[in-house]
Design a protein around this ligand. Sequence first.
Ligand code: SF4
Length: 718
Amino acid sequence: AITSATQETRSTCPYCGVGCGVVIETRDGAVTGVRGDEKHPANFGRLCSKGSTLHLTARPGLQRTARLLTPELRATRGEPGRAVGWDEALDAVADRIAATIATHGPDSVGLYLSGQLLTEDYYVFNKLAKGLLGTNNVDTNSRLCMSSAVAGYKLTLGADAPPACYEDLDHADLLFIVGANPAFAHPILFRRIEDAKARNPALKIVVVDPRRTDTAESADLFVQIQPGSDVAFFHGMLHILLWEGLIDEAYIAAHTEGFAELKRLVRDYTPGFVAQTCGIDVETLTRAAFLFGRAKAALSLYCQGLNQSASGTAKNAALVNLHLATGQIGRPGAGPFSLTGQPNAMGGREVGGMANLLSAHRDLTNPEHRAEVARLWGVDDVPAAPGKTAVEMFEAVRAGEIRLLWIVCTNPAQSLPDQNLVRAALDAAECVIVQDAFTGTETARYADIVLPASSWAEKEGSVTNSERRISRVRPAIAAPGEARADWRIAVDVARRLEARLRPGRPTLFGYDDVEAVWNEHRETTRGRDLDITGLSYAVLDADGPQHWPCREGEAPVARLYVDGVFPTASGRARFAALPHVPVADAIDARHPFRLTTGRLRDQWHGMTRTGTLGRLFGHAPEPAIEMYAGDMARRGIGDGELVRVTSRRGAMLLPVRASNAVRSGDAFIPMHWGEAYVGGRDDDGTAFTGVNALTTGAIDPRSKQPELKHAAVRVEKT
Ligand code: SF4
């Protein structure tokens, strides 16, 4: 028999923000294997359990059963759709959007996007909303991921730019890991941490987390703080650093402003007060402060434990304060380094694909920035009114302000907090358009129009990882069925809407291919902090993934602020004097447990992809609530029994597992399982919708990121 040769295509893993390079192996038009790209600077050939099984999620059998294959229109929600051709579906989308705008105005339409989208997808959707529809109601699930890190960076350093890079792991002598569990959530980065420690046994690792995670097991010092007490902890450290003379007064004087106000604030954060607030002892707080203050190069790694909080901006800023006060920034191995959750939350921000942003990190509230973007796009203006952010958007849908919702590549009926509100909103919406690659999501049942999208191994474009490095995503196989690239669907709708909304005028969406989209995006970055005018698809293809900024004629910049000059009006970094604020959802007698949420090692988000593989359930076959054994014994709850967990917003039923990882009074539920896995109804009709039945929609006032990480709950034997 004649067999064709295996072909190889270099691309990027679609899961987390580490951004590992993959080599996709294909034969006869089907994916047959995947391996780590040894040339990719994020992973040098390594892949974690999720990345190394990617090929199995793209095998032909699954393509037929788990994927959306044709556009569908539905007369009644929840019923099977009527398969239609693309023209009919796209006409329907354009008709519904145009009619909604004609009757209720542009702000009656909302677009809810995803950090899984490629930069080019994001760019077109953002331009479609702000440049054509005339609404800033375009936000994304990146709001649930990185917006507090963004707000923290902008408040203190002046720009949304992580200053460090992965190479800094090799230069640090202290890793300060806070509110992050890279052993599970960023596994290949964690391998690099382990390598750094093996090469340099003097490297100290401090882990600060409410849970004794696998990452915490690697720590020289583990600080098990009470959920939500991070700001107090950081201020307490600064209080000690000041007292002990471990701050860098010369750096503060030369490169910062606002220290006097912060100094006044942290005066009250005495070791005794902080120890009590955080539920730790003074000695542990002091050790952490001394390790940080005496480090030659301290690198902080942090993620959702700081971000997913109603005081997420304050948490981020308080950590950056520590780096500024000790001069631990802009040097090899030193700096605050936020780890991106999603694969392209960074790229989405770069193109301004959020309700408060414009292209290339421009601000919507800045009239000059709006004028610049309007000029670049060739439109009369960009609307000034801020759009609705993720949680606000669903509140506006429920209130009838937003009537049409276009949801792209995300599953808000599983992933947003306070599911009762989200589902009431989806029920109330006049029209829900769901554009996705996979079937069977909780959100799909609310869809009036379904648009099948292509996915990993089928799409082309680019993504940016945690260290500001842009990688190419390349197609290795054709998309199954009728599925199309997300950016192409957006263009197809936009062209139809242009005929209705700006007839007779030249198109704003005249892209021949995805590279044309990227080139337009690149032009918007000229002169901006993320200037990538020195890059092109050809450069990325020839030289591999590159950091931004990379200005025309210059080399890419891996580490920022080495000259001590910051992108603020004064050129100085700003200390932020923000106080500790307790969690939004306080415990009381009826809800006495502090529930935290997070990731498992082998699952990704709502499991649309990882949930298709049996082997990825080997690590954790079912959802469970982790509780302290003593708390279970006091309630007469045995290991493995079913319990009902109830918050002020909802309830869920799941098994309990005794755990040494959580302290008495704390509990933990993984985020991944939704209704599809823990479905069903209680006697009183309560639907079990997964952990986000319990979580709160309380949001940070600056970043608008919800407090997904913490909820007050009670746990009862069933
Ligand atoms: Fe993919 Fe993240 Fe694993 Fe790398 S660490 S293989 S990017 S999931």
